[in-house]
Design a protein around this ligand. Structure first.
Ligand code: 1HN
Length: 372
């Protein structure tokens, strides 16, 4: 693009720009540098939230918010500080397209059934005994399970266990908001009654990448929940080979009926970083939200070091250089939720590898998280 010259600041141009405003018209010659940058400039910034803060705030929230008082869900979301104006754009955005939160349900509680056009994914971080009733199927949740609730399926939650249960929610709320595709409907009963056997999907798909022959025509979310034991087995199988230099040993959750991501807009996977693993740096168009399921280490994002330990959450915005290091004496396990399917569908996905300095960024500073 040609350099802008002082002509654009001349009274003649400025007066014209102002004049057409009254007709709700806009001058492209003025707007084009902001509309067409050379590369992505997401509002979302890299950020990290510590588990101890989240856990304390979720427990405080149990004293204040109960399902009887309304509010649908006891969830606290990751508000990316990069969105300067929160309302309406950027409100509840963790990245430009994704919302993420932690949700807590107490034994005996019920979070009412509803449906919406936004797609949802869950990763279970703590506890057992709670279930999500998705389209008449109670899916019981345990640590490490990954659940998918594609848009417009009825879903509500209950808890038959003994202790508080916590999970991570990821929804494409900012994307659907920007597309003005939001529909929401409460269910006619508080918590939808089961109409299928418990854990129907995960039981029928216990073998992993095999499907019951009655499911040859791909269905929406045939599996519903991907059990941790199976994910762990898949990671173990992969560990006999070389890790991916950027993401370690990584496996993606897919719909076994068609091999596509379990949701149309979002992908999710688990990355195992063995002891001492230090990935190379790269950047890509898609954004990503990480949860540290196990282990200790750090990530370098755009030259800033983000230390993480079990339970933490962090964001890698679009086109940010990043690399991961496991500093502990055991495997580190990272859950990654991202908007790769959006970028791929619209031919926006690009990746660039960091070639300088042996593939590693220079660490310029350290991120200081907000603590209690
Ligand atoms: C929702 O339905 C859940 O089902 C969680 O647990 C978070 C955020 C906005 C709108 C709907 C859930 C949500 C949500």
């Amino acid at each position: 693009m040609a350099e802008r010259n002082s002509f654009f600041d001349s009274p003649e141009v400025q007066n014209f720009n102002k004049d057409i405003q009254q007709y709700n018209l806009g001058p492209l010659w003025n707007a084009i540098p902001d509309l067409m940058h050379k590369q992505p400039t997401p509002e979302a910034v890299p950020y990290l939230w510590k588990w101890e803060v989240l856990e304390k705030k979720l427990h405080e929230a149990t004293q204040i918010f109960t399902p009887e008082r309304g509010g649908e869900r006891r969830a606290i979301y990751f508000q990316n500080p990069g969105f300067k104006s929160r309302q309406p754009w950027g409100w509840a955005s963790t990245t430009n397209t994704l919302y993420a939160a932690v949700q807590l349900i107490l034994p005996g509680e019920a979070a009412p059934s509803h449906r919406h056009t936004q797609n949802a994914m869950r990763f279970i971080t703590k506890g057992s005994g709670a279930f999500s009733t998705v389209q008449g199927q109670r899916i019981f949740m345990e640590e490490g399970d990954y659940l998918t609730t594609p848009g417009w399926l009825w879903h509500g939650h209950g808890h038959e266990g003994e202790r508080p249960m916590i999970w991570m929610d990821i929804l494409d709320i900012p994307f659907v908001y920007a597309s003005a595709g939001t529909f929401f409907e409460p269910h006619s009963v508080q918590l939808e009654k089961p109409s299928l056997p418990d854990n129907y999907g995960p039981r029928r798909y216990r073998g992993g990448m095999v499907r019951p022959i009655s499911d040859r025509i791909p269905q929406i979310a045939p599996v519903g929940s991907y059990k941790w034991a199976q994910t762990e087995m898949a990671l173990d199988g992969l560990s006999d080979f070389e890790p991916d230099p950027y993401d370690g040993f990584a496996i993606e959750y897919v719909n076994p009926s068609n091999g596509a991501t379990a949701n149309p807009t979002m992908a999710a996977w688990i990355q195992k970083l063995p002891t001492g693993f230090s990935s190379k740096a790269h950047r890509h168009t898609n954004s990503a939200i990480y949860h540290v399921f196990k282990g200790e280490g750090y990530s370098v994002i755009n030259g800033v070091q983000y230390h993480w330990t079990k339970g933490d959450f962090f964001v890698i915005p679009n086109w940010a250089w990043h690399e991961h290091v496991n500093t502990s004496n055991d495997d580190a396990l990272l859950f990654c939720a991202n908007d790769l399917p959006i970028m791929e569908t619209f031919h926006l996905q690009k990746e660039e590898r960091y070639e300088q300095n042996g593939g590693h960024q220079e660490i310029k500073s350290e991120f200081i998280p907000v603590l209690l």
